[in-house]
Design a protein around this ligand. Structure first.
Ligand SMILES: Nc1ncnc2c1ncn2[C@@H]1O[C@H](COP(=O)(O)OP(=O)(O)OP(=O)(O)O)[C@@H](O)[C@H]1O
Length: 932
């Protein structure tokens, strides 16, 4: 944020817990619009300038000073003056919150990002699972997160932002402050896989160095040729003491025991790319009258304990040695490494800037600071710390950070002219924190130790959020009181301010001084917009919104520090620490794609108990109620998580049950349908059999062996037989038994046409003919007539199929030419009538299908007499049993059958062809039987 907060000076200082100095309420809330420049010293210090500079310089060591008493007096005077200057120069600045959107990685599944940048400073987040109707499709629980929100930042960096640009805009000002004597804190916050480590440490490609290596580059580029002799070293938070050069030499060798070949192999792979990272060429112009010494420490907060990642790791040699060739044995008895948790202690009052307060922030007792003289050396140290972090990490075989990693760079700055005067030294520090992923436990499927670990991560982040929340509300109340001086007494407001719960988590306890002391705070919010954890990311965004409303104090002048007795070394409690052992596996993919694994056992010793009386230095004891409440929250959170897990399990089981039931039902339905189908098939078969029986009974089917050769009249057409019988009654000519033998209408392909010429019909008179066509539709016919019913009748053989096949039959009667002549109808008229009849019959036939359940697969259009008897021209006549019996009887009486000669047959066919104008193809007429 370019704008400065206009609220009053550090409200949190006023809290009963934080007793670091509070800038005077007057001149109150209005802050300076522009930051004052850090004062510089003339190149050749005169006596006057020396005095002026000294007034702003840190306070000298009483112990190292030649004249302690005198010096102490001088220091007090300088302190007072410096304090006044600093109070005037101090101003409040909100925490800067930068958003960094992670690009999509090639190997990840592609989905719609739920983050949409609106401007340089704002983004919109939309729940991808939200259906727009006010409910979430995927979540069982009612979400507390709004489906769409706009979040504002100091700056939002798009996915294509390069590391160099990101560093310049976010971190370079902090590096400048550091070299100017100011403190700074930068932390990366976000869910796992959102790019925090990439932002802080960097990647492996060109120009991918993160802000930490770039910070080291810029520092060493800038202090080039201005290194001090390193006679003094920083202690605690603000103290300095004479250094023992042998102690502050950085451990350049990997002190994780590497005599295990597998471990050595794995570690070598990790150290191999130490030189890959590119360097940042930026140089900050500095006053060359100063000398600098740079110190580095690397700590981690893991499971609510603080560890030094640069401390020597000891191997437990008391264990029986395992033969190296035996890989299984190595897995069974892994290498045991031991490390000790460190205590966070309050700085003694003697370190305090203001003598009226009893504490000067907190420091990690026993955390080692190493003097580094080049960027490469510093980076190697960081690499070592990273390695230790990985070795000791619980999820060591994944790259995920399960601890909060904190690299602190301390710079001691002293004037060249005051080399021997430690009181001239200024201490400033910059801490870069790579926080552990803030994801919820359910997404990491954690159990047991992992659950505890995740719980601790969440607890520390939750406490950090709580601290921000309390600081914000304290600052608001104080600002209101300062804005209305008459209404409330600011001192009363200060007393009533809420306690900021820094001490309830190790992370906030260690970082507390940045919030309540002095220094600029920068928060980097990393987000992966393709991540499925929309809710978690929303919490991250909310946290950043909260952080932006918190202000910290920024001093515009170097801060003088008090140095206490440098020779006083900490003595540790001799009580045996409690130890926790964990098993760790580290694995790497070697260049030859072989996966290498090393198994270790890590012994984590508890921190030392404080020495007697040390607690007295603490500003305030932990409020047991607040502590209990935090524990309660954590407990509830875990129970909620367990309840959610149970819900998920119940949901999964219910889904499975429902699925099984559905499958069962489907099977039943299928069975029922099959049964119905079978019944239908059987019914159709029965119907078919019945019809064939009927045809047989009607005498329309000949003996099976002769079917192929015979043309037969329709079996249902009892009327035809009637006609034939009547005709035969009047004829003296003998029947040709062969020609007149009825054959199956299903015989052969195509149509079978039987023509009856009723020459002796008493009612119609001689020469009246009736054409009867029995048509079996073939595939060819079917396609020609566009009938959708499939016909499987390629066989010439008539057989009763067990399987019902849709078959169509049509029996058409039409008057012959003679008949037409007899009744006096013109041929054309007859033709029209015939066409109409055939069309209507065809239509009827198309509607007939056995498979449809129609029981009239054979349609008989009766002759005039039958039609009249049965009620009109459109009546379909199906002969009853009586009709058939009557016909049979008549036949038997007759004792002979009509015979048709070949000539007569040809004549009839010709006549039928001439008469047929309805598309019935003559090629389908195979035989015509003429009854004389
Ligand atoms: N800006 C970026 N450009 C290219 N790749 C990135 C970027 N940010 C992150 N990545 C890649 O995304 C992956 C995850 O990033 P990273 O390990 O930094 O996540 P993280 O937030 O630190 O996760 P964790 O909390 O689990 O440690 C890595 O492969 C990293 O290289």
């Amino acid at each position: 944020m370019a704008t400065r907060s206009k609220i009053g000076a550090t409200a949190t200082r006023a809290s009963s817990r934080t007793k670091t100095p509070v800038p005077p309420p007057s001149p109150p809330p209005r802050m300076k619009a522009v930051r004052a420049k850090a004062p510089t010293r003339p190149t050749a210090p005169t006596e006057a300038s020396k005095t002026r500079t000294t007034a702003r310089k840190p306070i000298a060591s009483r112990a190292n000073s030649p004249d302690v008493k005198l010096h102490a007096k001088t220091v007090t005077a300088r302190q007072t003056q410096a304090r006044t200057e600093n109070a005037n120069a101090a101003e409040c600045e909100p925490v800067m919150a930068y958003l960094r959107i992670r690009p999509h990685l090639g190997d990840e599944p592609m989905s719609m990002p739920y983050l949409c940048p609106l401007s340089d400073t704002s983004v919109r987040m939309t729940d991808p699972s939200h259906d727009g109707a006010g409910s979430s499709r995927l979540h069982l629980r009612i979400s507390t997160v709004a489906p769409s929100s706009i979040y504002k930042f100091s700056h939002a960096f798009l996915p294509e932002t390069q590391q160099a640009e990101f560093f310049t805009k976010t971190t370079l000002p902090l590096v400048r402050d550091l070299l100017d004597g100011q403190n700074g804190l930068l932390f990366a916050y976000g869910v796992t896989n959102s790019g925090k480590t990439y932002t802080i440490q960097g990647g492996h490609g060109p120009d991918s160095a993160g802000i930490l290596p770039r910070t080291l580059d810029v520092i060493f580029n800038s202090v080039e040729g201005m290194h001090s002799d390193g006679r003094f070293r920083p202690v605690r938070l603000y103290g300095v003491e004479e250094a023992d050069p042998s102690e502050s030499l950085p451990p350049m060798d990997i002190d994780v025991p590497t005599d295990e070949p597998q471990l050595a192999e794995v570690l070598a792979e990790h150290l191999a790319n130490a030189d890959d990272i590119d360097t940042d060429p930026t140089i900050i112009k500095l006053d060359r009258n100063y000398e600098y010494s740079v110190w580095l420490s690397y700590a981690e907060v893991y499971n609510e304990k603080v560890y030094d990642l640069l401390a020597e790791v000891t191997e437990d040699t008391s264990r029986p040695q395992i033969p190296r060739s035996n890989a299984h044995a190595q897995t069974a008895h892994p290498l045991l490494l031991t490390r000790k948790a460190l205590t966070v202690k309050p700085s003694p009052a003697s370190d305090a800037l203001d003598e009226s307060v009893s504490s000067a922030g907190k420091y990690i007792a026993g955390l080692r600071y190493f003097r580094v003289t080049s960027a490469a050396q510093a980076k190697a140290l960081v690499k070592l710390g990273q390695l230790h972090r990985r070795v000791f990490g619980t999820l060591a075989n994944s790259q995920s950070s399960r601890s909060h990693g904190m690299v602190t760079i301390k710079v001691l700055r002293g004037h060249r002219g005051d080399r021997d005067d430690p009181s001239s030294l200024q201490i400033s520090r910059l801490t870069l924190v790579d926080l552990a992923g803030s994801e919820r436990t359910k997404h990491t499927q954690t159990t047991g130790d992992r659950l505890k670990e995740a719980g601790n991560i969440n607890k520390s982040l939750m406490v950090l959020g709580q601290c921000m929340e309390v600081m914000r509300s304290n600052q608001k109340r104080l600002a209101q009181s300062l804005a209305n001086p008459g209404r409330t007494d600011t001192r009363d407001v200060k007393k009533a301010l809420a306690v900021v719960p820094f001490r309830h988590s190790k992370l906030t306890e260690v970082l507390m001084d940045y919030f309540v002391g002095d220094g600029r705070v920068v928060m980097i919010v990393n987000i992966n917009p393709y991540d499925t954890g929309f809710e978690e990311n929303s919490h991250v965004m909310k946290f950043s919104a909260l952080a932006r409303e918190v202000s910290t104090t920024v001093n515009n002048a170097p801060i003088p520090r008090v140095q206490t007795n440098s020779n006083k070394r900490s003595t540790f409690n001799s009580a045996l620490p409690r130890a926790v052992t964990r098993k760790v596996t580290i694995s790497s993919v070697l260049p030859n794609k072989k996966v290498s694994e090393a198994h270790l056992e890590v012994l984590e010793e508890d921190e030392e108990a404080r020495e007697d009386g040390e607690d007295d230095d603490d500003d305030e004891p932990i409020n047991p109620l607040v502590d209990a409440l935090f524990d309660e929250i954590e407990d509830l959170r875990l129970r909620l998580y367990e309840a959610e897990m149970r819900c998920v399990i119940v949901e999964a089981e219910t889904r499975e049950d429902v699925m099984k039931e559905m499958e069962e039902r489907m099977r039943e339905i299928e069975k029922t349908y099959n049964q119905r189908l079978m019944r239908e098939v059987e019914g159709n078969e029965r119907k078919m059999d019945a019809k064939i029986d009927m045809l047989h009974q009607a005498g329309l089917f000949g003996p099976p062996q002769k079917r192929r050769d015979k043309v037969e009249e329709s079996e249902e057409s009892s009327e035809i037989e009637d006609e034939a019988a009547r005709f035969i009654d009047h004829s003296d000519e003998p029947f040709d038994s062969e020609a007149s033998r009825p054959s199956s209408p299903l015989d052969g392909k195509g149509k079978v046409k039987a023509q009856l010429e009723l020459s002796n019909d008493p009612t119609m008179g001689k020469g009246i003919e009736s054409d009867i066509e029995i048509e079996q539709m073939t595939e060819e016919d079917e396609s020609l007539e566009d009938d959708p019913i499939s016909e499987d009748d390629d066989s010439d053989e008539y057989a009763l199929s067990a399987k019902p096949k849709p078959r169509l039959f049509k029996v058409v009667t039409k008057p012959s030419a003679k008949q037409k002549a007899k009744v006096g109808s013109p041929v054309a008229k007859t033709g029209r009538r015939s066409t109409r009849t055939v069309s209507s019959l065809e239509k009827q036939i198309k509607d007939i299908s056995l498979s449809d359940g129609a029981d009239d697969s054979v349609t008989i259009v009766p002759n005039r007499k039958a039609r009249a008897a049965y009620g009109g021209p459109d009546v379909d006549f199906v002969p009853g049993k009586d009709d058939i019996d009557t016909t049979k009887r008549k036949k038997r009486q007759l004792g002979k059958k009509a015979v048709v000669t070949e000539e007569e047959l040809e004549q009839v066919v010709g006549a039928a062809e001439r008469t047929s104008q309805n598309g019935v193809r003559s090629k389908n007429i195979r035989r015509t039987t003429r009854l004389n």
